[in-house]
Design a protein around this ligand. Structure first.
Ligand SMILES: Cc1cc2nc3c(=O)[nH]c(=O)nc-3n(C[C@H](O)[C@H](O)[C@H](O)COP(=O)(O)OP(=O)(O)OC[C@H]3O[C@@H](n4cnc5c(N)ncnc54)[C@H](O)[C@@H]3O)c2cc1C
Length: 386
């Protein structure tokens, strides 16, 4: 079956979808409203499931070439005490691993598949607007222009307008209570592990290392939504300056212009369906989750590969979104729930007694069990898109 698709949103999920649909012979147009990605200048961790999805979409090798595999790391207390190890050896024992990249990898987002890497038509500045799903075709309106297609993919992110239009009774995204400041260092920093998370009361600091020796760090803080700082690095130095090495060094290696600041919103109320007739919802538009498991983009990549497979295999276009929904909703929504729980276990604990109990439990748990708890979400088999 061949046809035409309009993908609304040129983020990770939308671009991956364009790759998948093109791979099965569909003519695909990506509609993107922003001239540059909102998260350019940040890094991304991809677990083995995300890499497998990229393999199915035909770009796994290119992403691996830009990424650094993550083998060594774990969680610490602000004083540097070890809470849990999550290194490559432990991961290899879980049995959920990709042999070449047990823990997935990390790449700067600027190196992700941008419109130039996607052989579909990208249209910076366009806005995918209201939908009209008449018999046989769906029409997306952008200002005065209209695009008609056999299939529309809503990949327009956590604030999805299309979701609001198709599911007007859904409450939409809620603020998670966490705000994230992050940056890539200006130059390489000496690090003793590929990645690390440090949990203090009501705050988390983490880093992931890149192939060129630089690192991305992130700081998660409890904060009301919308709070912005004129000197974010100054705020972070005051908050994290006495935390263990290499945290002060990572902050010192960062230019003020590099700091990105995002409030974290999620779909706490699960969407009743990822499909509505010839419309499929995908990525954050379908299941926006907190970043505590590093699975948001990985799930969007799984969505993209699965949708392409459903479109290729379904007897009719109308049957494809429903088939995609049946496969993806039972998979992605529990991951979103687990991400929320992981956030509560981590830095969102602020009471000293709760923190002490959590730390004691983590120290007692075998590394294998901790690793298995994180990596079980990476246990996914990609469809074959040919
Ligand atoms: C701090 C932080 C760290 C994260 N770290 C990781 C990680 O390490 N690993 C991981 O797997 N995930 C991570 N995530 C999650 C990941 O970034 C998201 O899940 C992922 O970006 C979702 O991709 P998407 O394509 O669905 O949405 P988005 O990336 O939000 O893309 C949506 C796109 O749609 C466009 N758009 C919106 N409305 C319209 C419209 N009406 N018309 C046209 N275009 C429109 C937007 O401009 C945007 O480009 C992290 C998230 C955050 C906030």
């Amino acid at each position: 079956m061949r046809g035409t698709a309009v993908v609304v949103g040129g983020g990770v999920g939308g671009l991956a979808t364009a790759l998948g649909l093109r791979r099965i012979g569909w003519e695909t147009t990506v509609v993107e409203r922003a001239a540059t990605p909102a998260d350019a200048g940040a890094g991304i961790s991809l677990h083995a499931n995300g890499l497998r999805a990229l393999d199915a979409l035909g770009v796994g090798a290119a992403v691996r070439a830009a990424a650094r595999p993550q083998y060594t790391g774990g969680t610490r207390t602000p004083a540097g005490g070890r809470l849990a190890r999550m290194d490559g050896a432990a991961r290899a024992r879980t049995g959920h691993t990709d042999r070449r990249h047990p823990a997935g990898g990390t790449a700067p987002r600027a190196a992700r598949g941008t419109a130039t890497a996607v052989p579909a038509r990208g249209r910076p500045g366009d806005r995918g607007g209201p939908l009209d799903a008449g018999p046989g075709r769906v029409t997306v309106t952008m200002g005065t222009a209209q695009l008609a297609a056999d299939l529309v993919v809503a990949a327009d992110g956590v604030g999805s307008r299309l979701r609001g239009q198709v599911f007007p009774d859904h409450p939409g995204p809620v603020y998670s209570g966490s705000t994230v400041l992050r940056a890539i260092t200006a130059h390489p920093v000496r690090l003793s592990s590929d990645f690390e998370l440090t949990w203090g009361p009501g705050a988390e600091f983490g880093h992931i290392a890149f192939a060129d020796g630089r690192a991305e760090w992130h700081a998660v803080l409890d904060s009301p939504t919308g709070v912005r700082h004129s000197d974010p690095l100054g705020v972070l130095r005051r908050r994290f300056g006495d935390w263990h090495d290499p945290i002060p060094a990572l902050l010192a290696a960062t230019g003020p212009e590099a700091v990105l600041h995002h409030d974290i919103h999620e779909l706490e109320t699960p969407l009743p369906s990822f499909a509505a007739g010839r419309i499929a919802f995908l990525g954050d538009a379908a299941h926006a989750m907190t970043p505590h498991l590093g699975q948001g983009a990985c799930q969007a990549l799984e969505d993209a590969a699965t949708l392409a497979a459903a479109v290729a295999d379904a007897p009719t276009v109308e049957a494809a979104p429903a088939r995609y929904d049946a496969e993806r909703r039972p998979r992605a929504q529990p991951v979103a729930r687990a991400a929320r729980q992981a956030g509560r276990m981590g830095r969102q604990l602020s009471h000293p007694v709760a923190v002490a109990v959590r730390n004691a439990a983590l120290r007692l748990a075998p590394s294998r069990a901790t690793v298995r708890a994180v990596l079980r979400h990476a246990d996914w088999t990609a469809p074959n898109l040919g």
